[in-house]
Design a protein around this ligand. Sequence first.
Ligand SMILES: Cc1cc2nc3c(=O)[nH]c(=O)nc-3n(C[C@H](O)[C@H](O)[C@H](O)COP(=O)(O)OP(=O)(O)OC[C@H]3O[C@@H](n4cnc5c(N)ncnc54)[C@H](O)[C@@H]3O)c2cc1C
Length: 467
Amino acid sequence: MAEQFDAVVIGGGPGGYNAAIRLGQLGLKSACIDSRGRFGGTCLNVGCIPSKALLFASERFEEAKTEFAKIGIRCEVSLDLPGMMKQKDKVVGELTKGVEFLLKKNKSEAIVGTAKILSPGKVEVTGADGSTRILETKNIIIATGSEVMPLPGVTPDETRIVTSTGILALKAVPKRLLVVGAGVIGLELGSVWRRLGAEITVVEFLDRITPGLDNEVGKQFQRILTKQGMKFQLSTKVVGVDAKGPALKVTVEPAAGGAPQVIETDVMLVAIGRRPYTAGLGLVEAGVTLDTKGRVITDTHYKTNVPGIWAIGDCREGPMLAHKAEDEAVACAERIAGRAGHVNYDAIPSVVYTMPEVASVGKTEEELKAAGVAYKIGKFPFTANARAKTIVSTDGFVKILADAATDKVLGVHIIGPEAGNLIAEATLAMEFGASSEDIARTCHAHPTLTEAVRQAAMGVEGWTMQM
Ligand SMILES: Cc1cc2nc3c(=O)[nH]c(=O)nc-3n(C[C@H](O)[C@H](O)[C@H](O)COP(=O)(O)OP(=O)(O)OC[C@H]3O[C@@H](n4cnc5c(N)ncnc54)[C@H](O)[C@@H]3O)c2cc1C
């Protein structure tokens, strides 16, 4: 006799496990299935969490080596790479166990195995030992996430030619690291290994780094990373790699065509993006429609074209971010429970966890121009912020874009210390439909980095006071 559920969630990443938690809170019986053997998905196992653990540790290493002397601390520093990796693995282990605990607490059955949709309402799970179980359910939530986008003609071996997974577990610091792709993942992971001693060259097909960022912020970001020692080859594409010798020989060409050039490197990181993962799920057989990029098509309430089958997170459209998956999970679970869950896609922040950090929410200046929206700008540099001075971290600025007629905040872009935390204020302001004046007239503690946000907001109406 098949087991009965209100909802079966396929995938145990931020989309899947948060859906299961919310379903449990709403009194619905669910199961959450993941094939990985550990819950938490890409994010906890091979994404956000291990990368941030290494970013934190490598930042402290570099700081101790080069920055401490500036504040009167002398020390001798050496790298213990196995120790750094052990700490990263410890954090991942604790957090993935934490997800299992949360599933249990919310009465969701955590099942390890590979799920396949046999028909709407019926899911087969195959365990590692080949045993199968059939689950019957009123609802199926597809939360199978994404996988690394392959580079044509290049096969990763995860030791010398690595993806974002292999680079998180290198056994030694390479002398030279070639990063293919100047997106968030390439720049974060390139930063980790640069701080630990590798020479970094970043090859990017486009003529700019981090294409989604506000242009002005992107340019400043590239200047800062260059000053830190990263080399950039923009408008360049990788056309092949010869891995026969002790060094990798990577052939690159101008993106628009032209004479090839060979770059020698010890390790090459392929970080050209991610694509939705729905292989082997039985979606086509179940009649679920995918778009041309392989993403599951849903309506704004996460319903696919097949009644009772829903999709959330990286496997559907929108930014591939853990918190976007989490928000969709909450809204989808609430819809299944008959409530009015909703996600505001105009207020989803994104962060690059380099040093300094880069964070943004809402529209860029280029997007506003393209849409013909009249806007005003307020800007404030961290060089003029007292707290930034005291922590010796003054690179960057805050930029606020507000509607010229109504003063409503349309976008906030920050490059600077703690930008990833500072953006929360802007996101909340936008969620509440705030004006720049609302931020400017809100009391901000002194001396904090948040004062830079306030001063930028004052700047929208031309009354920045501390500059
Ligand atoms: C290096 C790196 C760094 C990142 N850093 C950040 C960051 O700082 N901030 C941020 O917001 N995002 C970050 N991301 C992106 C983030 O990890 C994803 O957006 C997020 O994990 C998506 O969540 P999800 O639940 O949709 O999918 P996933 O986390 O990918 O989870 C899907 C799960 O489904 C499982 N699965 C797939 N098919 C089946 C099946 N048939 N049966 C059973 N299980 C199945 C998979 O094994 C996987 O565990 C990063 C990604 C990478 C690679």
